[in-house]
Design a protein around this ligand. Structure first.
Ligand code: 13P
Ligand code: SF4
Length: 312
C-alpha cells in the first residue's frame, strides 16, 4: 500500500483502468461505501452482479456475496478484499449435514436464504433474501411443503406472516441475535417518540416490538420516507451511514448490543474485515479471487436465477 498516495484516488483510478466495478453492502465501513459504484442489500447486489458489463467485480461484503456474484457471472473475475470475511449464518449450515437433513424430507422443496455457501445453494430449489422471502413463499402452492434454511429467525418471521408451516434449519446471525433487550428498553425510554425498526434476522421477541420490519434497503427507505424524526435501528450499524447521508436532519440511533459485542452498537466482525487498504491491494493484485467448482455453480445458478425471476 503506497504511503504517499491518496488511496481513495488510487482505487478510483485502478477501477477505471481495469474496467472494474465495486459493489458494497450497507454493512461495510462508510468510507468504502463512498468509493462503491453500487451499494445495496443482498437482492440488489446480486441483480447488479448479474447485469454488470465490467471485467472485474470487486465485492466489498462477505464471502457468500462474492460467491453469488461468481455463480451469476462466471466469466468475470470476482475478487474480495478479505477471504476470511465469512458469515455465521453461512457457517451454520455445512453442506454434508444439510444434505442429510434434507434427505429426511423428500417431499419438501428447499428455500435457502442467500446467506449460505454455494454448496447449500446447489442443494436448494429457490434462494430468497430478506426483501423477497415473503413474496416468494406466498407465490408457492398452499400445499407445497417447505424446508427453510439457514436462518431460523427469518424462517419463523416468514412462517408467521404467511401462515405457512415450514421445517426450519437452526442457524442464526451472531449480530442480529445480540441486540440487548435491557439496553433497548432504556434507549426507548430515553427516546419515547422514536420508531423502532428491525431486520427479520432479529429474534422473535425483538421483532414483536418493532414498528417496521424489513431488509436493509427497506429500512433505509422507511427512515427516509416516514415523517418521524427519530429512529432506533435494529440491524448492523453500517446502515446508519447511508441513513445519515440521506436524512441528516433526523436522529438515527443503532440498537444497542450485549456487552460481548465488539462495539456498543451491533457490528458484524466479518463485514468490518473490509478496509480501504485491503480494497486497494485487492484491486492492485486482482486477488484473492473467488472460485466456485463448475458442477456446484451450475446447480447453484438454477436456484439463484429462480429467485431473480420470481423477484421481477
Ligand atoms: P439484506 O441487506 O439483504 O437485508 O441482508 C442483511 C444481511 O445480514 C447481509 O449479511
Ligand atoms: Fe452474516 Fe450476520 Fe454478518 Fe450478515 S450481519 S454477514 S448475516 S454474520
Amino acid at each position: 500500500v503506497p504511503k504517499d498516495k491518496d488511496l481513495g484516488e488510487e482505487i478510483r483510478r485502478m477501477k477505471k483502468e481495469k474496467n472494474a466495478v465495486i459493489l458494497a453492502h450497507y454493512y461495510v465501513d462508510g468510507a468504502i461505501q463512498d468509493l462503491a459504484d453500487y451499494i445495496g442489500d443482498s437482492l440488489g447486489l446480486s441483480q447488479q452482479a448479474a447485469a454488470t458489463d465490467a471485467d472485474i467485480i470487486v465485492f466489498c461484503g462477505v464471502h457468500f456475496m462474492g460467491e453469488t456474484a461468481k455463480i451469476l457471472s462466471p466469466d468475470k473475475k470476482v475478487i474480495i478484499p478479505d477471504m476470511n470475511a465469512g458469515c455465521s449464518l453461512a457457517d451454520s449450515a455445512p453442506a454434508d449435514k444439510f444434505a442429510a437433513f434434507k434427505a429426511q424430507y423428500p417431499d419438501h422443496i428447499v428455500l435457502s436464504y442467500i446467506n449460505c455457501s454455494a454448496e447449500i445453494k446447489a442443494l436448494s430449489d429457490i434462494i430468497v433474501t430478506s426483501s423477497n422471502a415473503l413474496k416468494i413463499v406466498e407465490s408457492l402452492p398452499k400445499d407445497q411443503k417447505i424446508i427453510f434454511a439457514p436462518d431460523a429467525n427469518l424462517g419463523r418471521f416468514v412462517s408467521k406472516k404467511t401462515g405457512r408451516d415450514m421445517v426450519l434449519w437452526d442457524g442464526a446471525c451472531i449480530v442480529h441475535i445480540d441486540i440487548s433487550q435491557e439496553k433497548l428498553n432504556a434507549l426507548r425510554e430515553k427516546y419515547p417518540n422514536a420508531k423502532f425498526i428491525a431486520h427479520p434476522e432479529c429474534q422473535e421477541h425483538i421483532l414483536s416490538q418493532a414498528d417496521f420490519i424489513g431488509s436493509t434497503t427497506a429500512l433505509l427507505k422507511y427512515v427516509v420516507e416516514q415523517p418521524e424524526m427519530e429512529f432506533i435501528v435494529g440491524t448492523e450499524a453500517g446502515i446508519l451511514h447511508k441513513m445519515k447521508q440521506a436524512v441528516p436532519h433526523k436522529k438515527i440511533l443503532p440498537a444497542p448490543a450485549n456487552e460481548n459485542n465488539t462495539c456498543a452498537c451491533s457490528e458484524c466482525p466479518y463485514m468490518k474485515m473490509n478496509t480501504i487498504e485491503k480494497l486497494y491491494n485487492t484491486l492492485y493484485y486482482e486477488l484473492p479471487e473467488i472460485r466456485v467448482p463448475e458442477d456446484v455453480r451450475v446447480k447453484a445458478y438454477k436456484s439463484v436465477m429462480r429467485m431473480l425471476e420470481m423477484s421481477k
